[in-house]
Ligand binder design. Structure first.
Ligand SMILES: [Zn+2]
Length: 77
């Protein structure tokens, strides 16, 4: 997985709603906040693939486009 291109990081805390989740967002300075973000709306290219686990507007690639994600991230949706 490529390194983050920005100083901002996200970690999934919980699926709180059918189409949104609570994320912990923090930056290099150590400041962190919990934010509710809508789920990524971009469907996978393959119809039978799992939906993207990330939030709407996330940087980098969709989880369905990164095979290693299924091993590194436990997608609760
Ligand atoms: Zn996505």
């Amino acid at each position: 997985m490529p390194p983050h291109s920005t100083g901002e990081h996200h970690g999934l805390l919980a699926e709180t709603e059918p189409y949104a989740a609570l994320w912990l967002r923090w930056d290099e300075g150590g400041a962190a906040e919990a934010v509710t973000l809508p789920d990524c709306p971009v469907p996978p290219l393959e119809a039978d693939a799992d939906a993207c686990c990330l939030f709407s507007g996330h940087p980098e690639r969709h989880t369905w486009d990164v095979p290693a994600y299924s091993e590194e991230i436990s997608c609760t949706s």
